[in-house]
Design a protein around this ligand. Structure first.
Ligand code: DGY
Length: 350
């Protein structure tokens, strides 16, 4: 440890070879095992730190920051940063960054995989087969919903939403509808084959609805019992954004009572805990928040977070200009944000 080198906390084991780049300029205190932190443990880790590299598990707000006067930068490994209280970070002049773009296609892939698995009952079929229940081929076994030629609804048309639209339009000949805070430029609509509709029309017309919008107080439980009641009973709902967008009890009730055909969920309100009401259902595909979990993409995310942190602390080719700061992006790109979901952004708007 040398006195004038910045001290950096890395909250979870990531890729040693990439995180190791920090050691060229900083003294690094890196977790060696996956762990859960409570607020006191985060506050303790931040005390004396100049920078932090954290994941969506670590919530950082005013309380955690109170004893961290040296902290200058928090690099989040993830595009979503609803774990960070941006207003509190801003108030203390701490730069926050995230990892957009590098995970767009991988996350869109997972969204589509969940859609297909739920609509065509893939995991349900596999469980049934493994349980030895396949007596003979039958015409009516595991009838599901078509994907090709159906209507794809996308709520939140940022980068990942557009990736899903492209897959649906170009790959499966789907009629693509979207709803977003603002309408996309005509060129993007043409290229993604997507048409903008209002929220109620999206709910009513979608055969498959994918949620990719930011989570915030304003979008909390945007899919509640009333919204579910507007959807087709034959529809599929997919959530790859944040669990808090969906009233999970209302969803479980709709799935259990034939008011919605199927769902594919990668994110949960209380994750890693998943509600027993969802676990008990056959017609929901559940994955453990793996949207961006390809090896190449996870490495790219960690590399971008390291680049951000070094730049924010004044090192490397982009010294002073982290490639993907959250506050500036949120302010400038509010209309096209993805799963970013800040608690509150610099300008106080989502
Ligand atoms: C993100 O980046 O926000 C994802 O949810 C984590 O992979």
């Amino acid at each position: 440890m040398s006195g004038d080198r910045p001290r950096v906390w890395v909250s979870q084991p990531l890729f040693d070879d990439i995180v190791g780049q920090l050691a060229a300029h900083c003294d690094v205190n890196a977790a060696t095992a996956v762990r859960q932190y409570d607020a006191a443990a985060i506050a303790a880790a931040l005390r004396g730190a100049d920078g932090a590299l954290v994941t969506l598990n670590e919530r950082i707000g005013a309380d955690e920051l109170a004893g961290a006067p040296r902290l200058r930068a928090v690099a989040n490994v993830g595009v979503g940063y609803n774990n960070l209280d941006i207003a509190a970070l801003d108030a203390r002049g701490v730069i926050a960054t995230n990892t957009p773009d590098v995970l767009t296609e991988t996350t869109a892939d997972l969204g589509f995989a969940l859609l297909m698995a739920a609509a065509r009952r893939i995991t349900e079929s596999e469980r049934w087969l493994r349980e030895g229940r396949w007596g003979q081929w039958s015409f009516s076994t595991m009838l599901g919903a078509d994907i090709h030629g159906s209507t794809l609804g996308i709520l939140g048309m940022g980068r990942i939403g557009q990736g899903i639209a492209r897959r649906g339009h170009h790959g499966f000949g789907m009629d693509v509808l979207y709803h977003n805070r603002s309408r996309l430029p005509a060129g993007v609509e043409r290229e993604t084959g997507a048409r903008c509709v209002d929220f109620d029309a999206l709910l009513a017309r979608a055969d498959h609805l994918v949620l990719v919008l930011p989570y915030s107080q304003a979008s909390h439980h945007i899919i509640d019992a009333a919204a579910l009641a507007k959807m087709k009973p034959t529809a599929t709902l997919v959530n790859i954004a944040r669990g808090g967008l969906v009233d999970e009890l209302a969803l479980a009730d709709a799935l259990a009572n034939g008011r919605l055909a199927a769902a594919g969920l990668d994110v949960y309100e209380g994750e890693p805990d998943v509600r027993p009401e969802l676990l008990a259902l056959r017609n929901v595909v559940l994955t453990p928040h793996i949207g961006s979990a390809s090896l190449a993409t996870r490495r790219a995310m960690v590399q971008l977070a390291v680049d951000n942190l070094l730049a924010a602390l004044g090192f490397g080719p982009q010294a002073g200009h982290p490639p993907t700061p959250v506050t500036a992006r949120t302010t400038a790109k509010a209309a096209t944000a993805d799963i970013t979901g800040a608690v509150k952004t610099a300008n106080g708007k989502r």
